[in-house]
Design a protein around this ligand. Structure first.
Ligand code: SAM
Ligand code: DTB
Ligand code: SF4
Length: 325
């Protein structure tokens, strides 16, 4: 029991579905009430992303500009130098980011890359930032090496519901994803796992995706909710845009099911109005990516986010503060 409520990992599909479908005002009220019980509602955490190895990926994720399989034009880079990563991390810290997330376009890391990855984690930690990596699937020994280097979070998304998954990715299974999440959790690294909405899925897929995360043995500490950024030359380039209210409902359900989790309003903010983002913060989102690029796609400029925070009376979480009550 916490704050008079139990953190539940036994949510049923019927409960989650009913929560998602209730009248929007009821859903928002409930989500915001839960949010206030666990977090300062006016504080938002800021993470910065860096692509440490871009393009040429062997996986066939239908949304991704970095897959070598789906005809996207992005050329493959090598793993970048440790010093360059640390120089970028320093800049991100000066700009106020508290978590540094390093992403690689890999199915999984090669053992020959591990020494450089460990040095990146150690160097970013020395700067006083939280570290996060997203490198694809991991084996037990790789998880252990990253943990020993000091990695705080590992991001690995389930992307969508188990039902819709095979429409989006065929080169690794939903069960593979869960397997990597379990390895990360068992090693004592904090879990960052979420997905993408707006990929042509149905409402029940959005509910089921969150239900899978909320019924893991422990909730992920971070849940990024990405709005699909339709990338040219990918199979999802021309998918019908999602009703923004459906996106807000997804955030609200994530907040209710996983009360203590940082819910991140992730990719796709350049396509969102200030009003929509404000609604997402009210619904329980309390983390964003900052800086004008994500991995390969655009993100709002720092000035724009600073102006939005000012308009909304939101302040940024400081290093070492998780915004919880
Ligand atoms: N290669 C690693 C992997 O897939 O696990 C790490 C990087 S990958 C780009 C991280 C996540 O970014 C994906 O799982 C997906 O949820 C999200 N993502 C990628 N492309 C996106 C897009 N066009 N729109 C929204 N989210 C996207
Ligand atoms: C996550 O859920 N979203 C981030 C992070 N985890 C690695 C990635 C968003 C990528 C958006 C598309 C791009 O920049 O290429
Ligand atoms: Fe590769 Fe990750 Fe893109 Fe999938 S999402 S194609 S694994 S970089």
């Amino acid at each position: 029991m916490e704050n008079g409520q139990t953190i539940r990992t036994d949510w049923t599909r019927e409960e989650a579905d009913a929560l998602y479908r209730q009248p929007l005002n009821d859903l928002l009220f409930q989500a915001h009430t839960v949010h206030r019980q666990y977090f300062d509602p006016n504080q938002v955490q800021r993470s910065k992303l860096l692509s440490i190895k871009t393009g040429g990926c062997a996986e066939d994720c239908a949304y991704c500009s970095q897959s070598a399989r789906n005809g996207a034009k992005l050329s493959a880079s090598k793993l970048i130098e440790v010093e360059r990563v640390l120089a970028e991390a320093r800049k991100a810290k000066e700009a106020g980011a508290t978590r540094y997330c390093m992403g690689a376009a890999w199915r999984s890391p090669k053992d020959r890359d591990m020494v450089a990855l460990e040095a990146m984690v150690e160097g970013v930690k020395e700067l006083g930032m939280e570290t996060c990596m997203t490198l694809g699937m991991l084996e037990d020994d790789q998880v252990l090496r990253l943990k020993t280097a000091g990695l705080d979070y590992y991001n690995h998304n389930i992307d969508t519901s188990e039902r819709y998954y095979s429409e989006i990715i065929t080169t690794r299974t939903f069960a593979d994803r869960i397997d990597t999440l379990e390895r990360v959790r068992n090693a004592g690294i904090k879990v960052c796992a979420g997905g993408i909405v707006g990929m042509g899925e149905q409402q029940m897929d959005r509910v089921d995706m969150l239900l899978t995360l909320a019924t893991l043995s422990s909730h992920p500490e971070s849940v990024p909710v990405n709005m699909l950024i339709p990338m040219a030359d990918t199979p999802l380039a021309k998918v019908e845009p999602l009703d923004p209210i459906e996106f807000v409902r997804t955030i609200a359900l994530a907040r209710i099911l996983m009360p203590k989790t940082h819910v991140r309003l992730s990719a796709g903010r350049t396509g969102m109005s200030d009003e929509m983002q404000a609604m997402c913060f009210f619904a329980g989102a309390n983390s964003i990516f900052v800086g004008d690029t994500l991995l390969t796609a655009d993100n709002p400029e720092e000035d724009q986010d600073a102006a939005l925070f000012k308009r909304l009376g939101i302040t940024a979480m400081a290093v070492g503060c998780d915004g919880s009550r």
